[in-house]
Write a protein that binds this ligand. Structure first.
Ligand code: FES
Ligand SMILES: [Fe+2]
Length: 446
């Protein structure tokens, strides 16, 4: 069943959204074409393909793709699909290869996707031409990197990456600027989790300052009963403080945190456990050493400036969320209208004490790990929303909190005057509608 533009426009009203946006398979198919098929999609970080021949497999929407560094040093993104009979060519998640070979009939490709050799070529019709681009693993037409973060767009034309990021580029800057050597790298493993619900639910939860008190109550109470002394190895304290801080009263969430949104669906939530609370106040010697390393490289004034940026979750719509203070980045993969997979990566700050990386890993275990006491609560919520929305009941979902009090932001966006405003959801839905109608339904933010 196809979905008309007029129908799409009717699914979003001021302060509310129809449940079909999250449950209709035809809408999901259209999202894959009009959002994931046109927007700048984060594919990976340059540090994952440091050397020629290094590759990393991921997806743009549902399409499997490979980010690969060629012998010429250039990073490309090619479709992970054989031009012969369509098999996925590379099955490993990452590695190094001089060429790609399909394991079905042995077609072999250069690292830029061009066909290199075909067994039994004499058997093909005379007009079969291995040099024809149609026999390649197709390149994604546009690939751009912003400070090491590689994005790709399936649209041959459109706004460039920095235009599309706008002010949100400053959140990526914050990821990198925290490294004393000015560089970060993906390190450690990857956490993967999945839930039976729509991909948009994930982003709608990450900046939701109204949910921790309820959703995370069990870990808040468990953490409140523990003494710091029992977890004085440092890493345990990070988990304890993270969980306890989720129990901050509404007055704190409403006034102290902050929520900012920008064009194209991007947003960030202000900090609710800034460095001063979570690390420095513990008189953590690691943090002292880290600050020292930053000052040695950047000077005191710049160090103060870098550490003064305190953001919690930054969302770059439509597929990543990251936390600069703990070097976490989550990539959201929509699988089906009611199935989503999330991959969470940790970065190492080059030039920082190794214990900073250990802290980041400890934090990853607390918020992104498969055994996390926090993440499991959120996954349960996504599943329950999935079940609730799939049933016939409430047709319209309320996303109007803060609607009348949101205020313009100095950098061209809108922010919640009240930090528990659902402005970030409305902002994503505005972007959603703009993408889904090929820009014809103007962003309400404009
Ligand atoms: S499908 Fe790849 S070689 Fe046949
Ligand atoms: Fe949560």
């Amino acid at each position: 069943m196809s979905v008309g533009e007029g129908e799409l426009v009717q699914l979003i009203e001021p302060g509310r959204v129809h449940r079909r946006v999250y449950t209709d398979p035809a809408i999901f198919d259209l999202e894959m074409a009009r959002i994931f098929g046109t927007a700048w999609i984060y594919v990976g970080h340059e540090s994952q393909v440091k050397n020629p021949g290094d590759y990393f497999c991921t997806r743009i929407g549902r399409k499997p793709v490979i980010m690969v560094r060629g012998p010429d040093g250039e990073v490309r993104v090619i479709h992970n699909q054989c031009a012969h009979r369509g098999a996925m060519v590379v099955a490993l998640e990452q590695g190094n290869a001089p060429e790609f070979q399909c394991c079905y009939h042995g077609w072999t490709y250069h690292l830029d996707g061009r066909l290199k050799a075909v067994p039994l070529q004499h058997g093909y019709p005379r007009e079969f031409d291995p040099a024809d681009p149609k026999t390649s693993m197709l390149q994604v037409p546009r690939v751009e990197s912003y400070r090491g973060f590689v994005f790709a767009s399936e649209a041959p034309d459109g706004p460039d990456l920095t235009d599309s990021l706008g002010y949100m580029a400053t959140s990526l800057d914050d990821m990198v600027d925290r490294a004393p050597d000015g560089e970060i790298e993906v390190a450690g493993g990857v956490f993967k989790h999945t839930y039976d619900g729509n991909w948009k639910l994930y982003f709608e939860n990450l900046c939701d300052a109204a949910h921790p008190l309820f959703t995370h109550r069990s870990s808040i109470e468990a953490a409140q009963q523990q003494s710091d002394a029992a977890h004085s190895d440092g890493t345990g304290e990070i988990a304890l403080r993270q969980m306890r801080q989720n129990g901050a009263p509404y007055s704190f969430w409403e006034s102290q945190v902050g929520i900012w949104t920008y064009p194209n669906g991007h947003s960030f939530l202000g900090d609710y456990h800034d460095d001063a609370k979570l690390v420095a106040a513990m008189n953590d010697p690691t943090f002292r050493d880290y600050r020292g390393a930053l000052e040695a490289k950047k000077g005191k004034a710049r160090t103060d400036e870098v550490l003064a940026v305190r953001r919690w979750n930054s969302t770059i719509y439509p597929n990543i969320s990251f936390m600069s203070q703990f070097q976490q980045l989550r990539v959201v993969h929509p699988i089906a209208v009611d199935r989503t997979v999330v991959h969470a990566y940790t970065f190492r700050l080059k030039g920082a004490p190794e214990r900073m990386f250990r802290n980041a890993i400890s934090f990853a275990n607390t918020v992104n790990g498969t055994g996390s006491l926090v993440l499991t609560d959120d996954l349960e919520i996504y599943n329950r929303i999935g079940i609730g929305l799939a049933s016939e009941g409430t047709e319209w979902l309320q996303v109007g909190r803060g609607f009348t009090s949101d205020v313009p932001d100095a950098h061209g966006g809108r922010r919640g005057k009240n930090s528990t405003s659902e402005v970030y959801i409305r902002n994503m839905l505005d972007a959603w509608l703009a993408y889904m109608t090929n820009g014809r339904a103007a962003q309400a933010a404009a």
